[in-house]
Ligand binder design. Structure first.
Ligand SMILES: Nc1nc2c(c(=O)[nH]1)N(C=O)[C@@H](CNc1ccc(C(=O)N[C@@H](CCC(=O)O)C(=O)O)cc1)CN2
Ligand SMILES: Nc1ncnc2c1ncn2[C@@H]1O[C@H](COP(=O)(O)OP(=O)(O)OP(=O)(O)O)[C@@H](O)[C@H]1O
Length: 220
């Protein structure tokens, strides 16, 4: 085995061990905690939508104990300004993501997912949104994101223009000046970590929302 292959294998094992721990933590949360967290995350996210004036948003449909709760799409859709669109992901056979507008109807799909039924807009459709809300199992202080391991969001995020670094004194989302969408991961309390293992293909997020701390910038 070459050193590079060995490094890749080691990284995968370390990531898988952390992923298992994070999923176990999430499954251990009582319903009362995930319910209360969903309300707080929704409120914080809707405040972010208003503050940034986001018109087009891409989000996801939380399943199980994922942060945000199953009614996140409905709450976001209600908060959109006239003409605004909410895009939701469709998982493709190779784990890449297509996107469609949420029209109020969702259908059961593979892996316990609920997906939109509208026309498919293509994998690059998220380039056009103002705000991209992404699922994550954890996010590090430097913005590195740990996902479910399919590489779906690494691919989606890699299609966006590179964000300009934000100044350390950046006051908040209104100072966002990069051309692509503001990228924000929704997390439970306890899922912000000082560091997580990162591979070259990993794409960081610009901010996180947690129930207790609310919106918090990362240095990307
Ligand atoms: N809500 C949501 N939608 C998403 C993602 C996600 O993480 N969450 N994805 C992120 O890339 C993509 C789909 N990738 C996924 C990969 C694995 C599993 C999964 O392991 N499902 C479990 C059941 C989960 C549960 O009930 O909590 C399973 O198949 O057993 C789900 C989605 C696109 N849409
Ligand atoms: N741009 C890409 N194109 C094709 N495959 C990719 C890309 N980025 C990552 N992958 C593949 O996805 C797999 C999972 O990557 P990783 O363990 O970093 O997942 P993750 O970031 O936790 O998952 P996700 O992005 O779905 O939340 C890896 O095997 C990797 O090769």
């Amino acid at each position: 085995m070459s050193d590079l292959t060995a490094d890749g294998e080691k990284s995968r094992q370390i990531k898988n061990a952390l992923r298992t721990r994070l999923l176990t933590f999430r499954r251990s949360l009582p319903d009362s905690v995930t319910l209360a967290a969903a309300t707080k995350i929704q409120d914080q996210t809707l405040a972010l939508v208003r503050r940034t004036g986001a018109r087009d948003i891409a989000a996801y449909v939380p399943i199980g104990s994922e942060p945000g709760g199953p009614d996140l799409p409905n709450r976001l859709a209600e908060a959109l300004p006239p003409g605004g669109r909410l895009l939701l992901p469709i998982l493709l056979p190779d784990n890449d993501l297509d996107w469609a507008v949420f029209t109020g109807t969702l259908v059961q799909a593979s892996r316990g997912l609920l997906e939109p039924t509208g026309p498919r807009l293509g994998v690059t459709a998220i380039r056009t949104v103002d705000l991209l809300l992404v699922p994550a199992l954890a996010v590090a202080d430097d913005g590195t994101r740990m996902g479910r391991g399919g590489g779906s969001y690494d691919r989606a995020l890699s299609r966006l223009p590179s964000p300009r670094p934000s100044a350390p004194s950046s006051p908040g989302p209104s100072a966002h000046s990069s051309p692509g969408p503001l990228t924000v991961a929704l997390l439970h309390d306890g899922e912000t970590l000082s560091s997580v293992p990162a591979d070259p293909h990993d794409r960081a997020v610009q901010a996180v929302v947690t129930p207790t701390e609310g919106f918090s910038r990362r240095p990307v």
